[in-house]
Design a binder for this molecule. Structure first.
Ligand code: HEC
Length: 240
């Protein structure tokens, strides 16, 4: 008799404990209930959308921007490349090829380096690293050369790429000419293509452009008129 009673107590206690555990579990489930995140997992960088802002199809006007580039900032930006690239003359290949003289040079300019098939395919289509090609590649390597083994997300900021390319040019590519300023690449510009040597600042070019094309509605100007003073466009008769 007394034995039965003892087992009843033990059994009762165990049941009670189990009940308490269940209750606590439920309660903490309520408190710590984890919401499913609204955005799942990985952020895949989508350069097509992310690049936005300015008209992405307008490539930099190298003849204007390179002479005005900030070489020190360009060298600083190269820190992002340095894990994989040496840019010194005679420097070794690392994870990526040495980049001495790559600006204006042939694609796959280091014969001893094991380039990807993707890069070989790219070379067949675009054999040299001109300013535009380099710029596109550095903007988004995997988009410009799909399958490249350069695992680098890219640099979105245009001025940073300009500075970087300008500095890279000083690493063995000084002989690769800077083209004359190209008015078709200057947003809203009608500036005369004169004096490629003169360091025309972007500010000066913009002022000139807004001064010369007020109300004519040149298509290029209409697209991007950030600096056009509203007063001028409103009042000025098309007399120029
Ligand atoms: C994670 C390593 C890595 C980083 C970081 C990296 N690269 Fe590369 N880079 C590579 C590899 C690997 C290749 C060869 C690509 C291939 O064969 O597909 C390459 C190729 C290149 C080439 C083509 C060279 C040639 O001979 O055709 C250029 C130009 C280049 N990189 C520039 C840069 C610049 C500029 C940066 C920094 C903004 C940079 N890379 C950052 C690894 C890297």
């Amino acid at each position: 008799m007394s034995g039965d009673l003892k087992w009843n107590k033990i059994f009762g206690a165990a049941l009670g404990t189990a009940f308490v555990i269940l209750v606590v579990q439920q309660a903490s489930g309520l408190v710590y209930h984890s919401e499913a995140p609204e955005k799942m997992g990985y952020f895949v960088d989508a350069p097509d959308e992310a690049a936005g802002g300015e008209a992405p199809e307008l490539a930099p006007d190298w003849g204007t921007v390179l002479p005005a580039a900030d070489l020190a900032a360009g060298e600083a930006a190269f820190a992002r490349c340095q894990a994989c690239h040496d840019a010194h003359q005679g420097g070794a290949d690392k994870i990526g090829p040495n980049l001495w003289g790559v600006v204006g040079g042939p694609v796959m300019h280091r014969p001893g380096f094991a380039y990807s098939d993707a890069m070989a395919k790219h070379k067949a289509e675009a054999p040299a690293w001109g300013y535009d090609q380099l710029d596109s590649f550095i903007t988004a390597p995997a988009r410009y050369v799909p399958g490249t083994k350069m695992s680098f997300a890219g640099i979105r900021d245009t001025q940073t790429r300009i500075n970087l390319i300008a500095w890279l040019r000083t690493q063995g590519s000084g002989g690769f000419a800077i083209p004359a300023p190209d008015t078709t690449r200057q947003p809203g510009a009608a500036a005369p293509a004169e004096g490629a040597e003169a360091p025309v600042t972007e500010g000066a070019a913009a002022t000139e452009a807004t001064g010369t094309t007020p109300a004519e509605g040149a298509p290029a100007a209409a697209q991007t008129t950030p600096a056009a003073p509203p007063a001028a466009t409103a009042s000025a008769p098309p007399n120029t």
